[in-house]
Structure formats: C-alpha cells, structure tokens
Design a protein around this ligand. Structure first.
Ligand code: CAA
Length: 285
C-alpha cells in the first residue's frame, strides 16, 4: 500500500512533531484537533521549526513553503477520510483513544491503518474498540519528535504482518530508527523513562536534594541530556501522571505516582507548556 496522506489526531507537542516529520517524508498531512488554538499553535510551531532549518541552510525557502502547503489543519474528524494511515496523539486516556478509533472506523477506508502514539496503553486493548483489530498498531514517538531518532513499534495481539511492515517502513521514511517492543503496558521505553521521572519527583518530595541538585547529578553523573525533573516538565506533568497511573494499574506499588506529582497536576502546574511545573519558565513566579 502506498501511503501518501497521513492523518494526525491531536495537535499538541507530539502531534505537531509527528506532522512535521511526516511533511519531511513528503506526505500530505491532515492534522486534526478539537481546539482551534491548538491547531494554530501547532502550525506556528512547525513554521518556526522549518524557519530555523532555513536559517541554518538545511532547507531552502522553497522547500519550507512546499511543506506548509502540504499541511492541512481541521477541527472535523470526517476530513480524515482520504488518509491511508492515521496516527492518534491524543491525551493519554484509554477511553478517549478508543473512542477516536471507533469514530474513525466509520470515516476512513477499510485498509486504513490506525496507529497510536500512546506511551503506555496496551495496543491490544485499544484495538478491541474496532471491528478490524489487525490494522491497529503502536507507533510511539519521542519528544522532541524532530530530534529523537527512536520510534517504538508495538504489535497488538491481532496486528497483521503487512500492517507491521508498512508501519516500520513509514517510520524509516520519516527519518526514524524503529525498534520493536512487546505489547505490555508501558512497552519498554515508558517503564524506564517514566519511572526515572517519577523517582526524581520522589527524591524531591522526600527532601533528598533540591530540583537543581537532583537534575545536576543525573546530567553530569549519567550524561543524560536532562535530569528527571526538567525532563518531566518538558514532557508535561499531566502526561507523566497519566502514564504512571496506567503502569500502577498494571504492575502495582512499584509504579505508584509520587503524591507531589499528583499535587502539581491538581494545581495546574503542568510544566514548560504552561510556564510552570517543578521549575518556572519565562519569568513566571
Ligand atoms: N523541535 C525541533 N528541534 C529541536 C527542538 C524541538 N522542540 N528542541 C531542540 N531542537 C534541536 C535544536 O534546533 C538543535 O538543533 P541543531 O543541533 O541542528 O542546532 C538541537 O535540537 C539541540 O538543541 P539545543 O542546542 O537547543 O538544546 P540541547 O542540546 O539541550 O537539546 C534536547 C535539547 C534535544 C531536547 C535535549 O535536551 C534532549 O535530548 N533532552 C532529552 C529528551 C528526551 O529524553 N526525550 C524523551 C522524553 S520521553 C518521551 O518523549 C516519551 C513519551 O511517551 C512522552
């Protein structure tokens, strides 16, 4: 199957990053969100990123303009009808993701592949919301999508070999290095990365060090580009909490979210995207 039109559902930081690398791969991209402001922010973010690449002479202005013409944004899920492949990057809520897939089934062709960018939810569970679960697969990107090389590819119990191989090829076409992981909550990456962030928040909560000390230790002592707390702010504390809840439900106590994480999310201090999380950004107090 030739993939020429890709649908992306959810225009947050992951969805807009996925749209950008799909434009690089020469695809027409239909980016859908329920909020007009989210679509505008995503368009601006993609434009800004492409602009930076023009400034660094990595892209010509003609290539930038041609990519922007291939990006179509919409509030209507029915506009995804022509897509041969759809990647959902909606918030980490199993009910919402299952609803999206069920809705999509009545809109797109019967061969259209449904990929989920979920960080933690079992693909088999998501696939049970549609009548043809063989076309559902996990395609887990990493933030910032244009920079991070990995895509974790997760085959559900019913995913067909053909769908797996098309997805693998698409990831490579987007400039990524796919690695397969088994379908179990959190796959491989999230059980390690989210535990790293949650454990960092526990250390802060237990008073073992300041945020700066905890992050410095992992940056300089383990050569991680970001310590656990700055990474948590970067990913979004709401996402960290949602993923920890899925892991806790699957594996129990060892993935219990730190109460400080819960409190920060309750306060609406979700990290960089709102100007305040564990740290403050842009002059916020
Ligand atoms: N979009 C596009 N490009 C970006 C970018 C973005 N959002 N952020 C940074 N870049 C590019 C910069 O343009 C720069 O490119 P050049 O080298 O060509 O100049 C390059 O990345 C390095 O950026 P900076 O010099 O500004 O900053 P840095 O060296 O500190 O790198 C970083 C920034 C790449 C984000 C780095 O700090 C990093 O790798 N952090 C860890 C990220 C990580 O662990 N991600 C995984 C999170 S978990 C996840 O995503 C899973 C999930 O399910 C949510």
């Amino acid at each position: 199957m030739e993939i020429s039109t890709l649908g992306v559902i959810g225009a947050g930081q992951m969805g807009s990053g996925i749209a950008e690398v799909a434009l690089d791969a020469g695809l027409k991209v239909i980016l859908r969100d329920t909020q007009e402001e989210a679509l505008q922010r995503a368009r601006a973010r993609i434009q800004r990123d492409l602009e930076k690449r023009v400034e660094k002479s990595l892209l010509s202005s003609g290539q930038r303009d041609e990519r922007m013409v291939r990006l179509y944004t919409t509030l209507e899920i029915s506009d995804l009808a022509p897509c041969q492949f759809v990647i959902e990057a909606a918030p980490e809520d199993p009910r919402l993701k299952r609803e999206i897939f069920a809705q999509l089934e009545g809109i797109v062709g019967e061969d259209t592949i449904f990929a989920s960018n979920t960080s933690s939810i079992s693909i088999t569970k998501l696939a049970s919301s549609v009548s043809r679960p063989q076309r559902v697969i996990g395609m887990h990107f990493f933030n910032p999508v244009p920079v991070m090389k990995l895509v974790e590819i997760v085959r559900g119990a019913h995913t067909s070999d053909e769908v797996f191989s098309i997805t693998w090829d698409l990831a490579q076409r987007m400039g990524k290095s796919p690695v397969e992981a088994r379908d179990f909550p959190g796959f491989i990456s999230s059980r390690l990365i989210f535990n790293y962030m949650n454990e960092g928040i526990w250390l802060l909560y237990e008073g073992l060090g300041s945020a700066e000390q905890i992050d410095s230790i992992m940056r300089m002592g383990a050569n991680h580009p970001m310590g656990p707390l700055e990474l948590a702010d970067f990913v979004g504390l709401d996402t960290v909490l949602s993923v920890m809840r899925v892991l806790e439900e699957a594996f129990g106590e060892r993935y219990r979210p730190c109460p400080l994480l819960v409190r920060l999310v309750e306060a609406g201090w979700l990290g960089r995207k709102v100007g305040k999380g564990i740290y403050s950004y842009g002059g916020a107090k």
